[in-house]
Design a protein around this ligand. Structure first.
Ligand code: PBG
Length: 332
């Protein structure tokens, strides 16, 4: 007769012992997500009383400055420490000049929101793709390619305008060479030596930005962003990018998108030890919502699991469209 002996010698060690009691699971839990980890992205558009839902991002809206202020109040009451603002200007041109106007959309929003909710931290995304008629992240050469060096002074100009308007943190997202140095010099030369830079240091050319480009109306009219954003196949390149941004004066660095690049989050955190942000981008949010709408996934649980995973990978802060829902789930 065949026998199947139990391997009692190895079973002295039973990891499951620590998983039996719910309270013991709490004691041995290694990663705790808190409301302090969350940054809420917001889209500012012209007008008053405007609140239009983005089709591919349920629960995400384009809002006029007065409505942004309401949302900031709600976020503050939920215990969320920071928002990041994106702007949809009333007009676009080839260089994106509306981005540095004192009465530009983000500048106006900062004015209204800061008065209404002064204890919120206002991070601003710094880029040109929402402001240029061609949708690229800077000025173009005659052949249609991005002119890196001609864009740098414009980035500094936009940064100074936003800092003048009250931005607490500048977050450049264009992946241009020398961008952090140009912005740091511009800020320092214009009285903003204390304004920190959160650099989108390792930003990949990702298909997961699709819904954002609908929300921000920022898709390139021709071509793509592969000439400036990183190839998703590369890891060492991310380390070189982050090192350069730190050399140039970045105070905090970001990896984006989060979920396909959790290994990069870990490498960046371990290598540099700087405050590290991860951006759970629009496509990550949209696909979880879409699956939940089909009844295929439990939205609250995948939201929490994805955010805990990003934190466990090494992120000190997470930009996520789930910020309010997660804060509520955490008891905010
Ligand atoms: C560029 C910018 C983008 C995102 C944040 N900043 C889009 C892009 O690079 O095309 C994407 C964020 C998201 O997908 O949620 N200003």
């Amino acid at each position: 007769m065949t026998t199947f002996p139990v391997p009692d010698d190895v079973l002295v060690k039973r990891p499951r012992r620590l998983r039996g009691h719910p309270a013991l699971r709490r004691l041995v839990r290694e990663t705790t997500l808190t409301r302090d980890d969350l940054i809420l992205p917001l889209f500012a558009c012209p007008g008053a009383g405007v609140r239009t839902e983005v089709a591919s991002m349920p629960g995400v809206f384009r809002e006029s400055p007065d409505r942004i202020a309401d949302t900031c109040r709600e976020a503050r009451d939920l215990g969320i420490p920071a928002v990041i603002l994106f702007g949809l200007p009333e007009s676009k041109d080839p260089i994106g000049a509306s981005s540095w106007r004192a009465d530009g959309i983000v500048q106006r929003t900062l004015d209204v929101a800061k008065k209404a909710v002064p204890d919120m931290l206002y991070i601003v995304d710094l880029c040109f793709c929402e402001y240029t008629s061609h949708g690229h992240c800077g000025v173009l050469r005659a052949d249609g390619t991005l002119d890196n060096d001609a864009t740098l002074p414009n980035l500094a100009r936009q940064a100074v305008s936003l800092a003048d308007a009250g931005a607490d943190v500048i977050a450049p997202s264009g992946m241009l060479d020398g961008m952090v140095a140009a912005i740091r010099r511009g800020l320092d030369a214009n009285g903003h030596t204390s304004t920190p830079i959160l650099s989108y240091a390792a930003k990949y050319a990702s298909a997961f930005y699709g819904p954002f480009r609908d929300a921000a109306d920022s898709a390139p009219q021709t071509g793509d962003r592969k000439g400036y954003q990183q190839d998703p196949a590369n890891s060492d390149e991310a380390i070189r990018e982050v090192a350069l941004d730190i050399e140039q004066g970045a105070d905090m660095v970001m990896v984006k998108p989060a979920m396909p690049n959790l290994d990069i989050v870990r490498r960046v955190k371990d290598t540099f030890g700087l405050p590290t942000a991860a951006y759970q981008v629009s496509g990550e949010y949209a696909m979880m919502h879409a699956a939940a709408r089909n009844g295929w996934l439990d939205l609250d649980r995948v939201m929490e699991e994805s955010l805990v995973g990003i934190k466990r990978a090494g992120a000190d802060m997470i930009l996520t469209y789930f910020a309010r829902a997660m804060a509520r789930r955490l008891g905010g």
